[in-house]
Ligand binder design. Structure first.
Ligand code: ZN
Length: 375
């Protein structure tokens, strides 16, 4: 099974790459294909201004009362750019044509623009290998990166194509009341939280897929869903009581937490060099003495950064250890943020570089939990 992902111009690149990373983190027969240089654009006449008069209308796929507290405020009436479903599917069709993509490969458009029916995602009735996923509004419903539910919807759409004979069956056989299955209809958009938290497919729906999708593909899809579920629980700080995980640095210098579902901590090369330096010094390093470690940083950076010439590399390190600028502090802050987003604030504290202003900065983690597989 091949799934092509296309982004529209307004979708944030880091969100898009995060979605791809999540989907590709489990290997299997479903391949996810994307071209970072291709984006879909909307024509002016394709977009109209739509007014959502109140919270109720916003929270529902076309309309009932919910009195839950708001996670992220929206002010109503809310006027926003909106498109018709046809416009969304047209982008997939164009992409299919321009790139000669066969009719049995999925093309899902990820778009930040709202759609008239106010759905998170849907397949195209006329061409069920086309689909769209709305990338905005997730912050209103869940307190973690939108990349989790978006990646989940990619799998959900691909499964739905294979579980139902046509869109009519899909629209009529879904679970009207949520049971925590990928095929919950989620008329109230908030209900989506349940299926994200179970990351599951019910027995009836598994049966439905029987014979329509190969066993290895189904298994792969289910594994991705369950890995998303687990990663999302960490990201939401709901796993804060878990025993600490080993921190592994593999031969490709990837950092991951093996006991936390192999969550990868994605740092940029300079941040990674700084992080590895601090790992080597359990008692910590003063910010002001970072420049004493310049040579060591050159060495570490040379092993993890595949590109760039030596002179340029040294300039970057020199700049980072220069106490007159903010570079090292910014990197330390970003490392903290990456850990917090991945495993939640409570667990993250043990892994990131921290220390009071003017004091030594250090990483708390017990070094027996750190495994360097490259040495
Ligand atoms: Zn089901």
């Amino acid at each position: 099974m091949k799934v092509h992902l296309l982004k529209s111009a307004e979708v944030n690149m880091s969100l898009f790459t995060k979605v791809i990373d999540f989907l590709q983190s489990i290997t299997g027969p479903i391949s996810f294909i994307y071209d970072l240089n291709t984006t879909a654009y909307y024509e002016d006449e394709e977009i109209f201004m739509n007014q959502i008069i109140d919270r109720v209308e916003f929270e529902n796929k076309k309309t009932s009362i919910s009195t839950d507290s708001l996670m992220n405020m929206r002010i109503f009436p809310l006027e926003r750019e909106t498109v018709d479903w046809d416009v969304l599917f047209k982008k997939s069709n164009q992409y299919r044509k321009n790139n000669n993509i066969p009719n049995d490969e999925f093309i899902f458009l990820l778009t930040n623009i709202a759609n008239k029916q106010n759905w998170f995602a849907s397949l195209d009735e006329k061409m069920p290998y086309n689909g769209f996923i709305h990338t905005d509004d997730w912050d209103y419903y869940i307190n973690c990166s939108a990349a989790f539910p978006i990646a989940y919807e990619v799998i959900a759409l691909a499964l739905q194509k294979h579980m139902f004979e046509g869109l009519y069956e899909l629209r009529t056989k879904v679970h009207e009341s949520p049971i925590g299955c990928v095929n919950d209809f989620c008329y109230h958009k908030r209900e989506i939280i349940l299926k994200l938290r179970t990351g599951d497919v019910c027995e009836d729906c598994i049966e439905r897929a029987n014979g329509k999708i190969s066993v290895p593909e189904l298994h792969h899809a289910l594994q991705i869903m369950s890995s998303l579920r687990e990663k999302m629980l960490f990201a939401q700080n709901l796993k804060k009581f878990s025993p600490l995980s080993q921190l592994i640095i593999d031969p490709f210098n990837k950092i991951y937490l093996s006991d936390f579902g192999n969550i990868e901590i994605k740092l940029r090369p300079l941040e990674k060099a700084l992080y590895i330096l601090f790992l080597r010094y359990p008692s910590g390093i003063y910010h002001s003495s970072l420049s004493d470690h310049r040579i060591e940083l050159y060495e570490i950076y040379a092993t993890i950064s595949s590109m760039g010439d030596l002179a340029e590399m040294r300039i970057r390190i020199d700049d980072m250890v220069n106490t007159l600028n903010d570079s090292a502090s910014q990197k330390i802050s970003r490392i903290k943020r990456v850990f917090e987003e991945a495993i939640g604030a409570d667990l993250a504290k043990h892994y990131y570089i921290k220390g009071e202003h003017g004091q030594q900065k250090k990483i708390d983690i017990d070094r027996t939990l750190v495994k360097l597989l490259n040495n």
